[in-house]
Design a protein around this ligand. Structure first.
Ligand code: SF4
Ligand code: SF4
Length: 501
């Protein structure tokens, strides 16, 4: 007798009076939830397979379906929550490490929501962004201590290589393999149209996307998948991935099932074999070793590309960032522990790392204290959800933000958190051709452009309200922030006053 240790988490509720038996839901669900009962001529569902991705809800022509969270739950108490009990049942059955995707669902503090933004009143006028110029352009990279000009005004010095962004937001690393060809193409096209950058992640760069190189950041991770001279020179900047917010301290793993066709060629990994990036770079055990790689990459690209070093936000992040700034890197990217991923061990995703807000404040302060803040730009990611999160991050000291989950949502992702299964019904986290075809790059890139255009308007409005007309004037301006419901230590680390002060 088969025992089901717990009731399905989600239930499909179908209004029979509305259902026309068109069977579209059956065709749209890669998880096999819906099926047609010929004998009784009715649509039925296997609720245990439902991941609540809402593809059937969105495509049912008669709006006959809704998915509800089941109210048939296990008997919880303060110590043994339903999810903890279910995890034990799953491990008792599989004997394996629990895998998850996207960011942690745990209720640890989101400091962005405990920080409020200032507005000008009476003595320092606000600025109307509809009538007055507002500058959201930013440059990332080393800032020279002095600039010399010739008599005719032209530069009499060499500037370090920089990235120029029309607004302080970029698309974070998502590899081809973890996301689909169409998803990558959508990001590349949107980045080009917006004047920002997208990031290859550790999966290499598909030959079709070399034409977007001026808006591409190419990544070098511990597995070195898809890394060769043309690849390094194809992008506008190179990112060395030392860590990732969703899984600090471990490497990456793309299952062999996803290493097919172009993914295999682009990664330079044989079809069907797992692509496992080691936890450390095997040639980096010190800041001196990191410096060697930074300068090897600069050398390989004729000192024309800024080098980014990406790290996960961990306990000693300020000291780590100080070392990275001294390694010759031009940009530090810090990824907070709420960051998303295509697949991570659940225990690591939910328990390792620190919030990006605290990491950012600590790093910015440390680099200022050491007098090296202008040696590097700081880019932060790990659950940047809105224009207000961006503005708060800039005021805490960031030069720009990385977004990934928000970009996936704009393309249609419904955060079902099962990317690791490779059956994304929205055509994003999958390599199954018929699923990939569901994501239309024309529509998806336009939705990304709309999202960031809207954010840029909101950033200008928020800055105008503060009486600030440029990102440069907002950067590190913590006087513009106040905390609510935070203790003394949290306020001290964030470097902000409490509301009312
Ligand atoms: S898509 Fe909607 S109308 Fe069509 S079979 Fe499914 S529930 Fe019925
Ligand atoms: S990308 Fe697809 S599989 Fe992953 S969370 Fe979003 S909808 Fe689900």
């Amino acid at each position: 007798m088969k025992i089901n240790y717990f009731y399905p988490e989600y239930e499909v509720v179908r209004q029979d009076s509305r259902c026309t038996r068109c069977r579209l839901c059956e065709e749209q669900c890669a998880n096999g939830v819906h099926f047609y009962d010929e004998k009784h001529q009715v649509m039925l569902s296997e609720d245990s397979r439902c991941v609540n991705c809402h593809r059937c809800v969105a495509t049912c022509p008669t709006r006959a379906i809704k998915i509800v969270k089941s109210d048939c739950d296990l008997k919880e108490n303060a110590n043994w929550s339903s999810s903890v009990m279910k995890e034990i049942y799953k491990q008792a059955e599989s004997g394996g490490v629990l895998l998850s995707s996207m960011g942690t669902p745990n209720t640890l503090p989101v400091y962005w929501d405990k920080i409020l933004i200032n507005a000008s009143q009476v003595t320092n006028p606000s600025i109307d962004p509809l009538r007055e110029p507002m500058e959201t352009k930013v440059f990332l990279g080393k800032q020279p201590a002095r600039i010399r000009r010739k008599a005719d005004g032209t530069l009499d010095c060499t500037l370090p290589p920089q990235l120029e962004l029309s607004m302080p937001v970029m698309f974070s690393a998502m590899s081809y393999g973890s996301i689909s060809y169409n998803a990558h193409q959508s990001l590349a096209r949107a980045a080009s149209a917006l004047g920002i950058y997208y990031n290859t992640g550790e999966g290499g760069l598909h030959e079709d996307f070399y034409c977007y190189g001026a808006n591409t950041i190419v990544q070098v991770a511990s597995g070195r998948f898809g890394v060769h001279e043309d690849y390094l020179n194809a992008g506008a900047a190179i990112e060395i991935k030392m860590g990732q917010g969703a899984k600090p301290g471990i490497g990456g793993h793309l299952p062999g099932a996803k290493i097919v066709g172009d993914v295999s060629r682009t990664r330079m990994v044989p079809e069907g074999s797992d692509a496992i990036s080691p936890a450390p770079h095997h040639d980096i055990y010190s800041i001196e070793d990191l410096r060697q790689l930074v300068y090897s990459l600069k050398e390989a690209t004729h000192y024309q590309k800024p080098i980014i070093v990406k790290v996960a936000a961990v306990h000693n992040i300020a000291a780590i960032a100080s070392g990275i700034a001294r390694s010759g890197a031009d940009i530090i990217a810090i990824d907070g522990f709420r960051g998303g991923t295509g697949a991570a061990p659940t225990r690591i995703r939910d328990n390792v790392g620190i919030p990006i807000e605290l990491a950012l404040a600590a790093v910015d302060q440390r680099l200022r204290d050491e007098g090296i803040r202008n040696e590097v730009s700081i880019v932060v990611g790990g659950s940047i959800r809105s224009a207000t999160d961006v503005v708060k991050a800039i005021a805490l000291g960031a030069d720009a933000c990385y977004i990934a989950t928000a970009a996936l949502l704009a393309m249609g992702c419904h955060l079902c958190r099962t990317c690791q299964a490779g059956k994304c019904n929205w055509g994003i986290a999958t390599q199954v051709p018929e699923l990939v075809a569901r994501l239309n790059p024309d529509e998806a890139s336009q939705r990304l452009i709309h999202l960031l255009t809207a954010w840029n308007h909101e950033i200008k409005e928020l800055m105008g309200g503060m009486g600030i007309n440029s990102i440069e004037a907002l950067r590190g301006n913590r006087l513009m922030l106040r905390g609510v419901g935070l203790n003394e230590k949290e306020l001290e680390i964030l470097g902000i006053a409490h509301a009312g002060e």
